[in-house]
Design a protein around this ligand. Structure first.
Ligand code: PLP
Length: 223
């Protein structure tokens, strides 16, 4: 069995029912994605627009593309205009959210997004602080969106070998989702909890992740 298919089979065998696997294919060629596709994988994660614009037309139309990288405001129109993004996981500011909404309305589509939360100590500088996100929902900032649906949260744990620290980070994100639902019990479809990468996805699943983003463990190292 080819290496990618074998890795996918091994990972899938460990995923509980209801946990979706996004294969993070950034920096890997279309051939690698095609190999994963042959093995049944349909959801792929990319972090750069230019790379996506090349890969989308080169690969099957039933692939569900997830955008997981930092999205620059001047790239939003290009991303939305592909009309092929199943989920933008990395909304890290209200300004970006409003821009995605405006461009989605303009394109005549509804974009699904996740709000990226920053809880990790150093891993990324991007994402809402928990308190900022709570304020957004207290102010019911979602009500004025015209063409965007907020489907949940995405976050990363600290980049460390300290399992207790990783568990605490994932728990903080899962708890934040519950707190938001307490504040806005009428929020619909706020179900997705995207947490966990190659080295920590089993911990994320224990903390309640229902979407994991795994790259290296499927495709090998990125160069
Ligand atoms: C690159 C990336 C991943 C995948 O990381 P691996 O360690 O290769 O599994 C997951 N999530 C985000 C946001 C990423 O940028």
């Amino acid at each position: 069995m080819p290496a990618i298919a074998e890795a996918l089979r091994d990972i899938r065998s460990t995923l509980p029912q209801g946990v979706e696997l996004v294969a993070v294919s950034k920096f890997h060629p279309a051939e690698a994605i095609a190999e994963a596709y042959q093995a049944g994988q349909r959801a792929f994660g990319e972090s750069r627009i230019q790379e996506l614009l090349v890969k989308i037309p080169a690969l099957p139309e039933d692939i569900r593309w997830h955008f997981i990288g930092h999205l620059q405001t001047n790239k939003v129109r290009q991303l939305v205009a592909t009309r092929r993004i199943a989920l933008i996981e990395s909304i890290d500011s209200e300004r970006l959210l409003r821009l995605v909404d405006a461009e989605s309305e303009r394109a005549g589509i509804v974009s699904k997004v996740l709000m990226q939360v920053h809880v990790a100590r150093e891993e990324t500088k991007f994402g809402f602080l928990p308190e900022e996100l709570l304020d957004f929902f207290r102010n019911r900032g979602f009500e004025t969106l015209k063409a965007t649906h907020i489907c949940g949260l995405m976050g990363m744990a600290s980049n460390t070998d300290d399992t207790a620290r990783i568990e605490a980070d994932f728990k903080a994100i899962a708890d934040l989702r519950k707190e938001i639902l307490d504040i806005c019990p009428d929020l619909r479809g706020f179900d997705t909890l995207s947490m966990g990468m190659s080295h920590d996805y089993p911990i994320a699943i224990k903390a309640g992740a229902n979407l994991v983003r795994v790259g290296t463990a499927i495709f090998g190292d990125r160069f």
